[in-house]
Structure formats: structure tokens, C-alpha cells
Ligand binder design. Structure first.
Ligand code: PLP
Length: 230
């Protein structure tokens, strides 16, 4: 299975979801999540036209970044330990997992320039998922107002792994509603225009609900540990 073929198929489904919801496909960016796959596979994604890659481990990020050509944007998508911030912060264009003040402080301290962040929200309230509760987000973002190295570009969530499409949709809607409330703060370092939501199993619903970044791993580049795409 070639990445280019998978990408064509995914783009068709994004176009259809955009048609259903009156959106423009240019407003949706695919992040190829390459955490399960080799550097060669990640390079194949860039060569097929992908401009954003997502990784969730600092060492793997550095390893791939040092050899991949084509200058993609790098997104850190996993839970981020404070002690790893130093090795990640100047390597990535976006961090999708800002979920606590101690992490924000570490980013503020270590970054040499403004870091574009997503606040990760646990809309599904599954205890296994990272992220803050919806009702904590507004006061958290207010606390970040003096942080000169952090820009809250948007919100990120992971829907529950379920066949219940309406439950998934409700999580994505909750994130979009919350984005409106953050924008209402008119806080200079929190423009909050973006929604990072939707993965292999649920990206069409996410696009219908307003996702501007979708994070796709197994159905785009495969999962060499699980064998979707050898
Ligand atoms: C692994 C991962 C993805 C991609 O998952 P797939 O189901 O393989 O598309 C997306 N977002 C996050 C935060 C991840 O950890």
C-alpha cells in the first residue's frame, strides 16, 4: 500500500466531508503521524505532498528530523514530560499537548522563540486520556497571558475509541464551542483559530465539525508495529 494512494483516498473523503459541511478543503491540514513507522515511510509521505509530520517521542523526532528532506513542519503530538521540553521545543512548529501550568512554565523558560501550542482537552473524560477538563481551560489560558514564548494557536482533543458516532461528534463540538469562548477572551497570545481533532477512525466527523488539523497515522502511513500497512 503506497502512501500516495492512501493520501488520495483520504483527500477524497475530506473533500466529501467538506462538501457536506460547507467547508473548504484548504482549511484542513493533514498531519501524517509517523510515530509507528520508519523514516523511509515518513519520507514517502512528504514526497507524496504531506507538509506536516507528527511524532510523540523526542528521540524519534530528532532521528527522523535529521534525515528527512523537504522541510515539513514538525508537530509534537504526545504527552510531554517537562524534562523533555528542552530537547523538543526548538525542533517543532507546534506542540499539541499543552495540558498543565508546569509544562507551560517549562516551555516559556526553554524556548528561544514563540512556540505555537494547542491546549489539549479531555472532552471524552476517559481517565486514560491526557488533557485538561473543558471547564478548566478558560482560567488556564488566562494564566498564560503573560507568557511571551507561548501562543495558544488552538485546542486539541482525542475522541473516545467507540463506534458511537454521535458520542465522537459531541466531543468535537464541545471543542469547537470552547474555541469560541477562548476567542472571546481576546487575549493577545491566544488567537485560538485552530482545532486539532480527528484521527484515522474519526477524521471525517472531525472535518464536519470544523477540524483545521487532522492527525492521521495508521490509515495514511500504516502501523509497522500492528501491520495495517506493511
Ligand atoms: C497516534 C496518534 C494519532 C494517530 O492515530 P491513528 O489512529 O493511527 O490515526 C493521532 N493523535 C495522537 C495524539 C496520537 O497519539
Amino acid at each position: 500500500m503506497r502512501v500516495a494512494d492512501q493520501l488520495r483516498h483520504i483527500n477524497e473523503r475530506i473533500n466529501e466531508a467538506c462538501n457536506r459541511s460547507g467547508r473548504s478543503p484548504e482549511d484542513v491540514t493533514i498531519i501524517a503521524v509517523t510515530k509507528y513507522v520508519s523514516t523511509e515511510k515518513a519520507q514517502e509521505a512528504v514526497d507524496a505532498g504531506i507538509t506536516s509530520l507528527g511524532e510523540n517521542r523526542d528521540a524519534e523526532l530528532a532521528r527522523k528530523q535529521d534525515v528527512i528532506t523537504g522541510n515539513p513542519d514538525w508537530h509534537f503530538i504526545g504527552s510531554l514530560q517537562s524534562r523533555k521540553v528542552k530537547s523538543v521545543v526548538d525542533r517543532v512548529s507546534y506542540i499539541h499537548s499543552l495540558d498543565r501550568l508546569s509544562l507551560a512554565k517549562e516551555i516559556e523558560k526553554r524556548a528561544s522563540d514563540k512556540v505555537r501550542c494547542f491546549v489539549q482537552v479531555n472532552t471524552s473524560l476517559e481517565p486514560s486520556k491526557h488533557g485538561m477538563k473543558t471547564e478548566e481551560v478558560i482560567s488556564f489560558i488566562r494564566e498564560l497571558s503573560g507568557f511571551t514564548n507561548i501562543s495558544v494557536e488552538g485546542l486539541m482533543t482525542m475522541a473516545p475509541l467507540t463506534d458511537d458516532k454521535e458520542l465522537i461528534r459531541a466531543c468535537f463540538r464541545e471543542l469547537r464551542d470552547l474555541r469560541g469562548r477562548v476567542q472571546g477572551l481576546n487575549q493577545a497570545n491566544a488567537p485560538c483559530r485552530e482545532l486539532s481533532m480527528g484521527m484515522s477512525n474519526d477524521y471525517e466527523i472531525a472535518v464536519e465539525e470544523g477540524a483545521t488539523f487532522i492527525r492521521i497515522g495508521s490509515s495514511l502511513v500504516g502501523n509497522e508495529t500492528g501491520g495495517v500497512n506493511k
